[in-house]
Design a protein around this ligand. Sequence first.
Ligand SMILES: Nc1nc2c(ncn2[C@@H]2O[C@H](COP(=O)(O)OP(=O)(O)OP(=O)(O)O)[C@@H](O)[C@H]2O)c(=O)[nH]1
Ligand SMILES: [Mg+2]
Length: 319
Amino acid sequence: MVIPSSAPRYALTRTVVVSFLLLFISFTLLFSYHPPFKTTLSKISPFNNSQAPHPPYTAAIIYLARLSHADELLESLASVNVYLPHRDPWPIILFHTGDFDDTPDQDDFLATLREKIGGASNRSDRDFSDRVEFVKLDWVLPEGIPHTKEELDPVSPSSWPGYHHMCAFYSTKIFFNPRLQDVTYYLRMDTDSLFLEPLCYDPFEVMHTRQRSYGYLGVGNDAPIVTKGLWRFLRDYADSHPEVELRLNASKTWKWPRGSANGDVDLDDVSVSGYYNNFEIVKLEEFRKPEVKEWLYHLIQYPEHQEKVISPIDHRFDL
Ligand SMILES: Nc1nc2c(ncn2[C@@H]2O[C@H](COP(=O)(O)OP(=O)(O)OP(=O)(O)O)[C@@H](O)[C@H]2O)c(=O)[nH]1
Ligand SMILES: [Mg+2]
């Protein structure tokens, strides 16, 4: 979700800057135990999936899809079909917000996919298109914010509200989505994400055997304009959660901005690092741990719902 500073896509208001805030604390909390792995096309032996027993985990490849981007989605799926090795034919879940409600639209899409990839998958007996599922999401704006563009004045009016919903989905809601309840790992692809050459290992298998929580492609910065208020939010969170502050301060990778303690810098001008997550692999249970849930809950509350009575954690993500 990193938006390169030079990119014109200044998309977020403070409400939904949550897109990759995960990196701040959730990742620091997680990685002190299980460091992430960075995807490369390094020369690990190719995984041989013939006759393999069922693994002790489940996985899914997920997309957030829309009809307007069907062509690039088809390209992306075709690249998954050809280049992504797997020991099991995991489902491919296309989350959508209504575009694929109608069965004819789903059938048309799958027929085009079959036409494009030329029949059965080259890596499994199961037809690739049979692995595709459509899962509807109901996106609702938070209660405490204005719901019109005019009143809200988002950073990028042209992408309101879809992009903002997307950010909220991938940064918090996804970990509690019912369809993923029994899924151990998901691999996120964006509709414009592509495998360009064969991956020589099964990423889920690597996550499992190396006990990783998160796999990613790179690290970058979001433009400060989309992260206004974020450092202060973090500061407040750390102040009210001493155990988190301790963990952050002990981290080798985490750093508070220089000069922030004595007010020498305007924190709103300091960019924030984040994982580039057009491709990412997530071990879901790690993001459902109480301390991460607590953090995520604060993210979705801030700042509009601060006065709201805090409910027990387990009921906060009935999504
Ligand atoms: N259904 C739906 N999907 C969306 C919407 N906005 C974005 N998406 C999808 O969500 C995924 C992430 O959106 P991107 O536009 O790639 O956002 P990003 O990853 O922050 O931006 P880049 O770093 O430029 O790729 C993509 O698969 C999009 O197709 C939306 O309004 N509706
Ligand atoms: Mg993207």
